[in-house]
Design a protein around this ligand. Sequence first.
Ligand code: NAD
Ligand code: TYD
Length: 353
Amino acid sequence: MQRRLLITGGAGFIGSNFVHHWCETYPSDRVVVLDALTYAGNRATLNDLDSHDNFRFVQGDICDRPMVDQLLAEEQINTVAHFAAESHVDRSILGPDAFIRTNVVGTFTLLEAFRHHWTGRGQLESDRFLHVSTDEVYGSLEADDPAFSETTPYAPNSPYSASKAGSDHLARAYFHTYGMPTLVTNCSNNYGPYHFPEKLIPLMCINILLGKPLPVYGDGQNIRDWLYVKDHCTALDVVIHKGQTGETYNVGGNNEVKNIDLVHMLCDLMDDLAPNLPVRPSRQLITFVKDRAGHDRRYAIDANKIKTQLGWTPSVTVDEGLRQTIEWFLSHEEWWQPLLSEDYQAYYQKVYA
Ligand code: NAD
Ligand code: TYD
């Protein structure tokens, strides 16, 4: 069967990796990207796909119901992969409004639009609505707690994670109430190509290249569970093709690392791979700064369900993935340099001044 996908947020970090993955793996499927091109969206990331026959980019807002209705109908969409979101915890602390609007109202708008479209199509069982979410909905773990499983109660702590939790509940409710074929994935922290440089890994890489301080929040002992973005894409692919509707799947690489250890790894890899660093060794640039408000201590994912039920496993270790990511940033300065705009500098001042 030909999948006809609407990929929301396809010009962002994970969405664009997923669009590339899908177009390369299934060239005869239709791929329509809907993205508002906020500060986090970058049209240039998808430029190489403009010559692909089955690819179309539409700039638009997921909250715009008439536009979404029209797109679903004219493209005869049978699969939605929903990535569009406000995704940065620090921005959600500075201004939560956009998070509620896009993550909650936007997801609701898409679910409603797809419900009417799916009903009009005869409620086909093969249709899919994949809602891409985060492990942050489960809250924070203590050092000895077991990793998050699909049955861990939700306990979001930031406006970002609370808004994602709300959208997860809506996706679940549309399956239980209307029988709509929704699926939810909750993934740990991603890293890799096309990562916007205000998140930890790209920010550190670029600051090392520029010889700027490396701001580590608090004591640097917070733990994140890192997954290479291309492995996340293969997990989402398997969930669309083999997942059971109404289910949620946790996705993670079993790579728990303390922030300070991760920054050390990045510094050492950069010292190895980057020829002309302004400051070497890069570890000299590490600066401990004021902690993030409500900073979750530890995230860890138990990905046993997707492994045993759907046969997915990650392909890349964190060492290999970080090396590939650094090599990508070193060879794609033309991608990240324009992102360090006045807006970016203003944001940076607000968070780090
Ligand atoms: P991102 O911020 O890089 O990209 C978000 C994209 O959504 C951007 O292209 C932006 O322009 C678009 N967008 C924002 N508001 C929109 C709107 N109203 N209408 C249409 N498009 C809009 O985010 P990301 O890191 O790629 O995350 C994608 C999804 O994966 C999010 O739902 C996020 O919660 C989830 N997730 C992210 C991570 C991570 O580590 N980055 C981990 C797990 C889950
Ligand atoms: P981030 O990439 O923002 O992802 P999330 O908050 O969704 O986990 O941050 C990852 C971790 O790195 C998190 O514990 C906060 C920390 N961090 C810093 O120490 N310094 C920074 O400049 C940034 C952006 C994050």
